[in-house]
Design a binder for this molecule. Structure first.
Ligand SMILES: NC(=O)c1ccc[n+]([C@@H]2O[C@H](COP(=O)([O-])OP(=O)(O)OC[C@H]3O[C@@H](n4cnc5c(N)ncnc54)[C@H](OP(=O)(O)O)[C@@H]3O)[C@@H](O)[C@H]2O)c1
Length: 245
C-alpha cells in the first residue's frame, strides 16, 4: 500500500502527523510506501525527512519514497534521511522519456525503484485517439492531445498497434509492457473502467521481444511532440475550436 503526503508545509512534525493520520484512515498499522509528492521550494528536504524518519522509527512506514524529484533531489532526500529513499514516482512512458537521462540508471545501479505515473500518456498510447476523436475534459488542455501532436504520434501509435497484433495484446498493454520491461521500473496506470484495470494488470505478464522493444523505442525517438511555448499557438487555436493544429 502506497500513499503520498502533499507537501504544502512539510515540516517534520506535520509530515509525522500526516503519516499517522493516513495510516489511521487507511486502517493499516504500517504504510508500505510513504511518498513526498513534490519537492518544496521553501522547506528544506532535511526538515521534511525528519518527520519521515520518525514514521520509519515508529514502524508506521516501511519505506520512504519521493515523487517528481530530480536525481540530485532524490539523492539529497536520502542524505537527509540517512536511509534509502526507495522510490521516485515520475512521469514515464513512450511519450515522456525524461527519466531515462539519469533516474533509471541510478535506480538500477542502487537497487531503487522508478514508479512510472501516466505510463499510458494519459490515454494517448491506447491508440484510440486521433485528430477526429480527441479527448475532452482536462486532457483537452494537455499538449499531447493537440491535433498536431496526435498527427506526430501516428508512427508511434502504428507501432503499438502492430506489436499488439503480433502479441495478441492491445496497444495500451504493449505500452505498459515497454515501460515495465525496464529493470527497476514499475507502473501505476490509471483506468476509467474495471475492464481497463483488468487489462492493465494483465499487461504485467506480457513480455516483448528485444526486436519489438527496439522498434517501439525507435518509434518513440521519432515522436517529438510540440510542447512548452512552441505549443501555445496550437493550444490557443485548439481551445477556441479551430483545432487544425
Ligand atoms: N505523482 C504525480 O505527481 C502524479 C501525477 C499524475 C498522475 N499520477 C498518478 O498516475 C496514475 C496514472 O496516471 P494517469 O491516469 O494520469 O495517466 P495514464 O495511466 O497514462 O492514463 C490513464 C488513462 O488511459 C486510459 N486507459 C487506461 N487503461 C486503458 C486500457 N487498458 N485501454 C485503453 N485505454 C486505457 C484511460 O482514459 P480513457 O479511457 O478516458 O481514454 C485512463 O484514464 C494516476 O492514478 C495518478 O495517481 C501521479
Amino acid at each position: 500500500m502506497a500513499t503520498k503526503v502533499f507537501p504544502v508545509l512539510p515540516l517534520g512534525p506535520i509530515v509525522a502527523q500526516r503519516g499517522r493520520a493516513s495510516a489511521a484512515r487507511l486502517g493499516v498499522e504500517c504504510i508500505d510506501l510513504y511518498q513526498v509528492h513534490w519537492p518544496n521550494p521553501l522547506v528544506p528536504i532535511s526538515t521534511t525527512m525528519t518527520g519521515m524518519g520518525r514514521l520509519l522509527d515508529a514502524g508506521l512506514v516501511a519505506h520512504a519514497g519521493v515523487s517528481n524529484f530530480s536525481l540530485a533531489q532524490w539523492q539529497g532526500a536520502e542524505a537527509a534521511l540517512a536511509r534509502p529513499v526507495l522510490s521516485n514516482q515520475v512521469q514515464y512512458s513512450l511519450a515522456a522519456r525524461r527519466p531515462e537521462a539519469e533516474l533509471l540508471g541510478w535506480a538500477q545501479a542502487n537497487d531503487r525503484l522508478v514508479i512510472a505515473f501516466s505510463p499510458l500518456g494519459q490515454g494517448l498510447l491506447s491508440a484510440r485517439y486521433d485528430v477526429s476523436n480527441r479527448p475532452g475534459g482536462v486532457r483537452a488542455a494537455n499538449p499531447l492531445f493537440l491535433p498536431e501532436n496526435l498527427r506526430r504520434a501516428s508512427g508511434l501509435l502504428d507501432a503499438l498497434r502492430e506489436v499488439g497484433r503480433a502479441q495478441g495484446a492491445s496497444p495500451a498493454q504493449v505500452a505498459l509492457a515497454w515501460v515495465i520491461g525496464h529493470p527497476n521500473v514499475v507502473a501505476i496506470p490509471g483506468a476509467s473502467s474495471v475492464a481497463q484495470l483488468e487489462s492493465n494488470a494483465a499487461a504485467a505478464d506480457l513480455v516483448l521481444s528485444d526486436e519489438q522493444n527496439e522498434w517501439l523505442t525507435a518509434a518513440a525517438d521519432a515522436f517529438v511532440p510540440r510542447r512548452g511555448l512552441r505549443a501555445v499557438p496550437s493550444m490557443a487555436r485548439s481551445l477556441v475550436g479551430r483545432g487544425s493544429g
